[in-house]
Design a protein around this ligand. Structure first.
Ligand SMILES: [Zn+2]
Ligand SMILES: [Zn+2]
Length: 347
């Protein structure tokens, strides 16, 4: 089969490699749709994981099943996350499977290929049948959406709240979509950069979109909240400059959700008086539990979150490098990669 391999920073090659074989409890998927992710772009720039296969957001059809696979048959269209917790480590037994110490061991990477092998713990916990009403491209959003749902579960949201989202990339837009899917959605203000992304935030329902190249996000948020600040601030930008202003956006008794990972382990300065006397909670979030994956599945299958508009375009696998060249230049948000273009069902 054909598989994309990251050879060194900014150099991708397509290699002919042996087809993956499913072991007991495992399946091999024929990839219909794989998505680029900000983590992939970082790996592309830095050569992380090179040389090796990559791509961790994908959906497809079960091509082969190993022994003892229950609930799935060859030919089933499925959606899946690329990891599952072990269920046995300390954090798993505390119900924090998103932080499982053994996540990396069974990770299904290699979605930028014609076929990909999915391990038994994933098949059992985080793989689901995909209904025909959901395209493979939408289904491939299961993984990033699960991370978003996980974060959302750790901050209280009230219908009267003002929520500020920093960053209009895929994650910021998925947070917006999830908030809008609530029965009584809060008011959402989004700040970010790039005309296309800001426009997307507007069309996906943000009450106010702030171009942080043109305006001071802190000033606008204060003005829109009668000087009180927001009840929830979500950082989906992962830049030291967004963390630096985050406390100035947060009101008394608020929650700050830290989703975006800053490059490197950087120190941050924070006003201890505000954190303490204004009772501001800093909440980190990482990865997802199977429960978050199931909620993300329900949001997609019920079409309560429609991620399709986030995709900038689609490329066949052999033109994968064009998608990353564009992302590297700051163009577009997320691309769909289609390994078998002649059969692509379209979006
Ligand atoms: Zn991802
Ligand atoms: Zn574990």
């Amino acid at each position: 089969m054909l598989s994309a391999v990251l050879v060194e920073p900014r150099r991708l090659e397509l290699e002919e490699v042996p087809d993956p074989e499913p072991g007991p409890g495992e399946v091999v998927l024929r990839v219909h749709s794989a998505l680029t992710c900000a983590a992939d772009l970082r790996a592309y720039r830095l050569g992380q994981g090179a040389p090796g296969p990559w791509g961790h957001e994908f959906a497809g059809q079960i091509w082969r099943t190993g022994a003892d696979v229950r609930g799935f048959r060859e030919g089933d269209a499925v959606m899946t996350a690329h990891t599952a917790p072990c269920g046995e480590c300390l954090l798993c037994t505390r119900g924090q499977g998103n932080l499982c110490e053994n996540l990396e061991a069974g990770m299904a990477v290699g979605g930028f290929a014609e076929f990909v092998r999915v391990g038994a713990p994933i098949v059992q916990q985080n793989m689901f049948l995909k209904p025909a009403s959901l395209s493979h491209a939408e289904a491939a959003f299961l993984e990033p959406l699960a991370s978003v749902v996980q974060g959302l579960g750790s901050v209280p949201i009230d219908p009267d709240d003002t929520v500020v989202i920093l960053g209009c990339g895929t994650i910021g837009l998925l947070y917006l979509a999830c908030l809008k899917a609530l029965e009584q959605p809060p008011r959402v203000l989004m700040a970010g950069r790039g005309t296309e992304r800001l426009e997307l935030a507007r069309t996906m329902g943000a009450e106010l979109v702030i171009d942080d190249w043109q305006e001071s996000v802190v000033e606008v948020v204060r003005e829109r909240t009668a000087g009180l600040g927001a009840q929830v601030v979500m950082d989906c930008a992962g830049q030291p400059e967004s963390w630096a202003q985050i406390l100035d956006l947060a009101g008394r008794g608020s929650h700050i959700l830290l989703f975006g990972g800053c490059p490197g382990a950087l120190p941050v300065d924070m006003d201890t008086t505000r954190l303490h006397y204004d009772q501001i909670a800093l909440v980190g979030t990482s990865h997802f539990t199977p429960r978050a994956v199931r909620s993300a599945r329900d949001l997609l299958v019920g079409h309560r979150v429609r991620p399709g508009p986030i995709l900038t375009g689609s490329y066949p696998l052999r033109h994968l490098s064009q998608a990353f060249d564009r992302l590297d230049r700051g163009e577009g948000t997320k691309f769909e990669i289609v390994p078998h273009p002649t059969e692509a069902p379209g979006r």
